[in-house]
Design a protein around this ligand. Structure first.
Ligand SMILES: [Zn+2]
Length: 315
């Protein structure tokens, strides 16, 4: 998609989000407006926040890339006219580096994958519950007798407790995905902790458990927040396989192709069981049976995150 079109989508979404929240009454604070804006259009969020910085950084990286022929060979996809590919690759590499660093600094507390020695993988679904998407995902998992891990957003759980109960009843594992999909890394300690505890309380009230697993929205968490998580018995779980089902409403074929790119033993696969108003997750829904059959065809065991990581699901 051309950059201009993305920019337009962002502007429209932000305007919409601001408008909706302004209509919601005086309780809508400035910070919740920006959270809602990012929530509405997750894929566009990064471009919205610091597009300029990233363009600068990606230009620097591109220069470095050109002087390194080995690296050029590794990345088959060339620069697009808009330069979007550069920005995406740049982001991904920087995230990977910092995640690897955090994994080393907090072993067992910040994880992106399970053991590479076992032929097991985990399906994880973020942004649940969402009545438009989650039931279809659950139906398919049930048909194949597969158990997965759902990362729950607190305010959504409060609205759709019956769906949270169904997730639990059907043998899946529940994790904490913040209260209202905030960018946790930008929050002060008290606000950050409130995002976790508030969701913890809601989940406990609905299904009687306190999740050990936390996945920060956008995978973003600061080292000191991970340290807090460790002290309080949480495990922060990101992923090493991104289906990118949140980006531009992809087809099921695209979702599958994205997953195959980095799939390996021990992989944690990121998908979504809910989204913003503009998001169409039918690609995820239609890809799921094919994904399960592909994984089983390759001899993978599909297990829940606690099984993959060898730890308890709840505190
Ligand atoms: Zn999310």
């Amino acid at each position: 998609m051309p950059t201009l079109q993305i920019l337009l989508r962002v502007i429209i979404s932000v305007t919409l989000a601001t408008g909706i929240l302004a209509g919601a009454g005086p309780s809508a604070s400035a910070s919740s407006v920006s959270e809602a804006a990012t929530w509405l259009l997750e894929p566009a969020k990064q471009q919205l926040t610091n597009n300029k910085t990233k363009q600068k950084q990606s230009a620097v990286r591109q220069n470095k890339k050109n002087t390194n022929p080995k690296q050029n060979r590794k990345k088959p996809k060339k620069t697009t006219r808009s330069g979007k590919r550069n920005i995406k690759q740049g982001n991904k590499r920087r995230e990977d580096m910092s995640w690897v660093h955090m994994q080393q600094k907090y072993p067992g507390t910040f994880v992106m994958s399970g053991s590479r020695d076992m032929r097991s993988v985990s399906l994880t679904f973020d942004d649940a519950p969402d009545p438009r998407v989650t039931p279809d995902i659950l139906d398919t998992l049930s048909r194949y007798h597969i158990r997965a891990t759902f990362f729950i957003v607190g305010d959504r759980a409060a609205k759709h407790p019956e769906l949270v109960k169904r997730i639990m009843r059907e043998g899946h594992v529940i994790g904490n995905h913040s209260y209202n999909h905030a960018v946790l890394s930008k929050l002060a300690p008290a606000q950050f902790q409130q995002q976790i505890w508030k969701t913890d309380g809601i989940i406990k009230r609905i299904v009687g458990v306190s999740p050990r697993l936390v996945r920060p929205p956008y995978g973003e968490m600061k080292p000191h927040q991970i340290a807090w998580g460790k002290q309080n018995g949480f495990t922060v779980v990101n992923w090493d396989v991104d289906s990118e089902d949140w980006r531009n409403n992809p087809s099921s074929a695209r979702v599958l192709a994205n997953i195959k790119k980095t799939l390996q033993p021990g992989s944690i696969i990121l998908q979504h069981a809910g989204g913003g108003d503009k998001q169409d997750l039918s690609g995820t829904i239609h890809a799921l049976p094919l994904l399960i059959e592909m994984l089983q065809g390759k001899g993978y065991d599909i297990v829940t995150l606690p099984e993959l990581l060898g730890r308890k699901a709840y505190r």
